[in-house]
Design a protein around this ligand. Structure first.
Ligand code: GAR
Length: 175
């Protein structure tokens, strides 16, 4: 049986769009930490959407309780550019999963694609469990992206791989 999913975003939402396109009959709950263009994909689909105000511990606790009350079993971070506080990890009863544009544990944090490309390292994307350390939790799924001579095409390859693994992951967990 499929479980309720929340997706947290912060920006353009290309990964959210690919999830909505890949699962046309599903309506995940979409949360953003600011008004952003990614919310338009969700609104068009008729998903529940909410812009969060996460200014203090209490705001995060309220969010954890809201998700628990809604019986959300999994939160998927798709480009959610905010660090998840430790107390939220324990207050929210489900799993929290992140998509990251590198072959973790290599290149955690920001500008991962650019740093890996400049180092001549392998490019790719990872899905991992969120723990207290940034981009440090156990990797659940990972796939390499091909490196081209130019950065722009290499970056596009990583984004394409991201969209594929996020949909593959959601198939595996019976979303
Ligand atoms: C994606 O590349 C995602 O992996 C990255 O932000 C981008 C969001 O794009 N997330 C991180 O770097 C988290 N550490 P999108 O808004 O178009 O989906």
């Amino acid at each position: 049986m499929s479980q309720k999913l929340a997706i947290f975003i912060s920006g353009y939402g290309s990964n959210l769009k690919s999830v909505l396109d890949h699962f046309p009959n599903r309506k995940p709950y979409i949360y953003a930490n600011k008004e952003c263009s990614g919310l338009s994909w969700a609104r068009r689909r008729g998903c529940f959407t909410q812009v969060l105000s996460l200014k203090n511990e209490q705001n995060w606790s309220d969010l954890a309780h809201e998700l628990n009350d809604l019986k959300i079993k999994r939160v998927l971070l798709l480009g959610f550019m905010k660090i998840i506080p430790a107390h939220f990890l324990s207050e929210f009863k489900g799993e929290i999963i992140n998509l990251h544009p590198s072959l973790l544990p290599s290149y955690p944090g920001l500008k991962s694609i650019e740093k890996a490309f400049n180092d001549g390292a392998d490019l790719g994307a990872s899905i991992h469990k969120v723990t207290e350390g940034v981009d440090e939790g156990p990797v659940l799924l990972q796939r390499k992206a091909s490196t081209e001579t130019d950065y722009k095409t290499s970056k596009q390859n990583v984004h394409f791989v991201e969209q594929r693994i996020v949909c593959k992951y959601l198939n595996l967990v019976s979303f």
